[in-house]
Structure formats: structure tokens, C-alpha cells
Design a protein around this ligand. Structure first.
Ligand SMILES: [Zn+2]
Length: 220
């Protein structure tokens, strides 16, 4: 770890983020039991517990796209409570997260890419493609909301047994490949490099800080 990173890390700790950023690999075992869990790109923003889980073994393309998305969920303004009985609410919240998150992340991407504007533009483009792939998967989950069950685990298990559920599982597990294909088509293979976790959370932390500030403004 170079000195600059150490310095910035300390700066972030001083800022005292309310939200804790956690490695995706350290997710509770309970979440790993979800049949739709995929360790390569799993991420989650728990805005109630103020925990942000991000993938720590993924590539830059997926890591930044999912970070932008999860950041969007942390924004309080306009949040639509996702509901496992209501596809439309969940879908609308997914769209809101994509629309709101990039703006917070984008300006700090220059830190990760050492002020290379072109790289930031390119990763944004890649992010857009990943957004399309993930929204497509979200659309595929519509049937899940019709299998309403009292218990969320059995709702998932029931959904998994259906053809639609199997398609979703395949798409989730195939996401890494689909992204790889897209990125290669765009000739932007450099973004398939593994994420540098320390640099990554430094960038994400700055965006979280801005979101927390805006959320506080909203409370006033
Ligand atoms: Zn989401």
C-alpha cells in the first residue's frame, strides 16, 4: 500500500461515515444461503442498518457498476420501499437506484483512474451496459412476486422451482460472462482487471459521504 492510499484511508476514517462499507465476502452466512446469491457480484445496501456490502473479488466493470447502483439505494430522497409482494415497487426502486447513484460516484472515479478523463467516460459506458443487463434480470423476476408466501425463504425456494426462477438463476450466474462479452465488444478489456479494494472503497466512501450529507439536509 502506498503512502497516498494510507493517508486517504485515515482521512476517511476521520470523516466518520455513518454507513459501514463491508467486503461482500464477509456477508452473513444467511445471505449466502439465498439460492440466487452469487459471490462474484453480490452487493447490498442496507439503508436501515447502514451497511453497504460491495464485491471484493470482482472486476472494475462490475464493481463500479454495482457500487453506483447500491449508492443510489442509500439516497433517502424519493426512496420507494421494495416489497416482495409488489413487483412494480421493487422495479421502480431499482430504476431509482440506477438513476441516482452514478452522479455521486462519477466525480470520484477520477481518483481511481488517476485523473484519466477518458477512462472515467469509458467506465461509465460499461456501467450503462451492466445496468441494462441487471435491469433485464430484474424484469425476469416479475413472476417471483406472484408466488407470494408468508416466509421470504420459502417464497424464494418456490420461485426457484419454476422455469422463470431457473432462468433468473442462470442469468445471475451468467452475469460475469455477459459482462465480459460486452466489455470485449467495446474493446475495453482493461476494465476486466480485478478491483483494487483499498482504492475502490476510498472512492466509494467519498460518494457515501456526499449522500449522507444530502440525506441530512433532507431531514432538516
Ligand atoms: Zn438494487
Amino acid at each position: 500500500m502506498n503512502q497516498e492510499i494510507t493517508k486517504n484511508k485515515t482521512e476517511i476514517q476521520k470523516q466518520n461515515l455513518e454507513t459501514q462499507i463491508i467486503r461482500g465476502s464477509e456477508v452473513p452466512e444467511e445471505s449466502k444461503k439465498n439460492p440466487f446469491y452469487n459471490s462474484y457480484h453480490w452487493a447490498m445496501a442496507d439503508w436501515e442498518e447502514k451497511r453497504l456490502y460491495l464485491p471484493d473479488n470482482s472486476d472494475e466493470a462490475i464493481s463500479f457498476a454495482v457500487a453506483a447502483h447500491e449508492l443510489g439505494h442509500l439516497v433517502d430522497e424519493g426512496r420507494i420501499q421494495p416489497d416482495r409482494f409488489d413487483f412494480r415497487a421493487t422495479y421502480a426502486e431499482e430504476q431509482r437506484a440506477w438513476a441516482g447513484g452514478w452522479g455521486y460516484l462519477e466525480k470520484y472515479l477520477l481518483d481511481y483512474y488517476d485523473n484519466n478523463f477518458e477512462a472515467v467516460e469509458q467506465i461509465r459506458l460499461v456501467g450503462k451496459e451492466i445496468e441494462k443487463l441487471l435491469m433485464e434480470i430484474t424484469r425476469m423476476t416479475e413472476f417471483f412476486y406472484q408466488k407470494t408466501d408468508r416466509d421470504k425463504n420459502s417464497q424464494r425456494e418456490e420461485f426457484l422451482k419454476t422455469a422463470e426462477g431457473q432462468r433468473v438463476k442462470l442469468a445471475i450466474n451468467g452475469l460475469r460472462k455477459s459482462v465480459e462479452q460486452k466489455v470485449r465488444e467495446l474493446k475495453l478489456d482493461i476494465f476486466l482487471n480485478r478491483i483494487n479494494w483499498d482504492k475502490y472503497i476510498m472512492v466509494v466512501s467519498k460518494a457515501v459521504m456526499d449522500i449522507e450529507r444530502d440525506n441530512m439536509e433532507l431531514e432538516k
